[in-house]
Design a protein around this ligand. Structure first.
Ligand SMILES: Cc1cc2nc3c(=O)[nH]c(=O)nc-3n(C[C@H](O)[C@H](O)[C@H](O)COP(=O)(O)OP(=O)(O)OC[C@H]3O[C@@H](n4cnc5c(N)ncnc54)[C@H](O)[C@@H]3O)c2cc1C
Length: 316
């Protein structure tokens, strides 16, 4: 394990620590540091960020931040935030033609509640899907750590019975993912492929970046050769080049797949991709609970960590 793997593992460990979270959230972090990755805390901030993206022909998928809740009131509040967001997107004329969709974490909707958690989260997701359908847009189910993969794919299957456009997420670091891609590469199936952002044990996940990248390419080949709608979520220049080559090889039109990147990461490249006539969707997280999200972004890239630490050290 090299130094960057060590840093990554430590940051991912810290992303789960409640004590560190409280300390970081209370630290005098300048708003601009968090704002690079999270445009704001309110629905209006997410809508404004979506409108800004539209001005440069970029699409959006919006995530109300929060995860791992064991409090029913909080899960209901999260559902209500999504309902409010979808209504606001529709009012601002940002929900039609796939412009602004939403991304959901089932753990934020109650998946971990004792007893009926799975059912409660599914019901909340269903209500959000119905609101998305009313607004003329779509929903993607984010994928969380590997202990939830089966349950999330099961919820996906159930939701797709009524809302066949619900998007799935596959993480290439999981050893199982090629098989999941094969299952999901059918007509009408929207599948986001990403590397994966959680700390996972060797028994279920590739540990080295080389293996994760190779698995990404194998999964990408399956999705691009299939009949579904691949959503290529990566900032990795080599994987973006391979995507373009595979799209060319399979004669895919630019509206039969899309690129996805995170808000604040490689924005110039995002604009270049959109300018070339490709569909480029940006994942916009918003809300007060930015800690876990920010720690995962830092774990991915030492430069992000330095940016954050410099912000902590500065007074504004
Ligand atoms: C739209 C979207 C949705 C996602 N949803 C999920 C999800 O549901 N579940 C999940 O586990 N994970 C999700 N992720 C996170 C994902 O799994 C990765 O952790 C994250 O995207 C980083 O992986 P990467 O492919 O960009 O490659 P990395 O290995 O992080 O980066 C590869 C290369 O990209 C370039 N690069 C990366 N960052 C920068 C930067 N800031 N500036 C310049 N160049 C840079 C560099 O050349 C770098 O070497 C999502 C990511 C995206 C983009």
């Amino acid at each position: 394990m090299d130094a960057s793997d060590l840093l990554r593992n430590s940051l991912l460990q810290l992303s789960k620590s409640g004590t560190v979270r409280q300390a970081v959230e209370k630290a005098p972090v300048s708003r601009s540091v968090v704002r690079r990755f999270v445009p704001g805390e309110r629905t209006a901030d997410a809508v404004a960020a979506t409108a800004e993206l539209r001005a440069t022909n970029r699409l959006a998928t919006i995530d109300y931040l929060g995860e791992d809740t064991t409090d029913l009131t909080q899960a209901i509040r999260t559902r209500d935030h999504y309902l409010e967001l979808l209504a606001a997107l529709a009012d601002a004329d940002l929900s039609q033609h796939g412009m602004g969709e939403v991304s959901l974490k089932l753990s934020a909707l109650g998946q971990y509640l004792p007893g009926d958690g799975h059912k409660i989260a599914l019901e909340h997701a269903r209500e959000i899907c119905q609101a998305a359908a009313n607004a003329g847009t779509t929903v993607t189910l984010d994928m969380e750590d590997h202990t939830t993969t089966d349950a999330t794919l099961e919820s996906l299957r159930e939701l797709r019975q009524d809302f066949p456009w619900v998007g799935a997420v596959i993480q290439s670091y999981l050893r199982r993912s090629e098989a999941d891609c094969r299952d999901l590469a059918h007509e009408g199936s929207r599948v986001r492929l990403c590397k994966g952002a959680y700390k996972e044990p060797e028994s279920v996940a590739y540990q080295s970046s080389g293996e994760v990248d190779q698995s990404y390419v194998r999964c990408l080949k399956i999705l691009m050769a299939g009949d579904g709608y691949p959503m290529v979520a990566s900032h990795d220049p080599r994987l973006l080049e391979i995507t373009a080559a595979l799209a060319d090889h399979h004669g895919r039109d630019s509206d039969s797949y899309e690129y996805q990147m995170l808000y604040g990461i490689r924005p110039e490249e995002q604009k270049r991709i959109a300018d070339r006539g490709h569909q480029m969707r940006v994942y916009i997280p918003y809300g007060e609970q930015w800690y876990g999200y920010l720690m995962r972004r830092m774990a991915e890239r030492p430069a992000n960590t330095m940016f954050f630490l410099r912000g902590l050290a500065s007074k504004n």
